[in-house]
Design a protein around this ligand. Structure first.
Ligand code: LHQ
Length: 267
């Protein structure tokens, strides 16, 4: 039987494909385990310098698999446990991964599926795709960071309407609102996302990881605190071999050959 998350390895980067197309790639426990393991492996492997996340079939991800949720005693159900065990660690791993994650939203992204996409670094979506904060349709609250990402990306008014109406947001509108980076013709999505991941895999990986840290901290920081953090991160970036290579390449008027290696691995 095919695995519910497929891992494809390329030169410098990996593709993770959510692979339960008959359920629009809704999350099962097995998917969580495979996805989490794949992120841990990618984080540790210095030769993996970028990730691409996408879905198999006509959907990107329909959030939690609801097919086993119809039976049982609802008074004893604790959805918080499922969030603690699976969704919160997953969002933290995506945000903290020290390398860029491109997300190619190939079709509908609903519930936690929409917010998993928003947790990635650069989101491209097929023009036919849509984003649905589906939670209120079944009596739930957005999770997986939805109430954090949405107001920051699209502003309070649009975030409220998306959450409270649970209406689908087409990819083009999502791009024009700033929810995602861009909408792409359906037949060009994967090629464009793969080219982007391959390109990012040639960039100064350590610096990109520091960029992610700076942007993540800015959500909660004052300007003063952020200026101090930028100084500290710049100090770290300035000690990487890729900084040396970037300056040398600039002065020699050639393309840089970044390795993505941390300082300690070449000393
Ligand atoms: C599904 C699903 C699905 C199972 C489509 N499960 N089968 C966290 C912690 C703990 C608990 C709860 O939740 C969470 C986080 C969450 O993510 S809550 C939100 C869960 N997701 C949803 O509420 C979305 C449910 N899906 C839909 O509303 C629709 O399927 C959308 C709007 C995504 C797509 O609609 P259509 O294009 O019309 O497709 P469809 O509904 O016909 O779905 C195709 C098949 O996929 C169908 O199976 P079937 O055997 O009839 O062909 C669906 O049953 C199945 N499927 N989503 N989440």
């Amino acid at each position: 039987m095919a695995q519910s998350v497929r891992l494809e390895r390329y030169e410098g980067w990996r593709k993770l494909v959510l692979n339960r197309p008959e359920k629009l790639n809704a999350f099962s426990e097995e998917m969580h385990a495979l996805f989490s393991q794949a992120l841990d492996d990618a984080a540790l492997d210095l030769d993996c310098r970028a990730l691409l996340l996408t879905g198999e079939g006509r959907g990107f991800c329909a959030g939690q698999d609801l097919s086993d949720r119809g039976a049982g005693d609802f008074s004893t159900i604790d959805l918080g446990r499922s969030i603690d065990r699976y969704y919160n660690p997953l969002i933290r791993k995506l945000r903290n991964l020290p390398k860029p994650i491109v997300c190619a939203v190939n079709g509908v992204a609903a519930g936690a599926g929409a917010n998993i996409a928003l947790a990635c670094d650069i989101v491209l979506a097929a023009r036919s795709a849509s984003f649905i904060q589906a939670f209120a349709r079944i009596g739930l609250v957005p999770d997986s960071g939805g109430t954090f990402f949405l107001p920051r990306l699209v502003g309070e008014a649009r975030a409220r309407a998306l959450v409270l109406t649970a209406e689908p947001l087409p990819a083009e509108t999502a791009a024009s609102w700033g929810l995602i980076w861009k909408a792409v013709d359906d037949d060009k999505l994967i090629a464009e996302a793969e080219a982007l991941a391959a390109h990012l895999a040639t960039r100064p990986t350590q610096a990109l990881a520091l960029c992610k840290r700076a942007l993540a901290a800015s959500q909660a920081n004052t300007l003063d605190a952020q200026l101090d953090l930028e100084r500290d991160l710049q100090r770290e970036a300035g000690r990487t071999p890729d900084y040396q290579e970037g300056v040398a390449a600039f002065l020699e008027k050639r393309q840089p050959r970044f390795t993505g290696r941390p300082r300690s691995s070449v000393m």
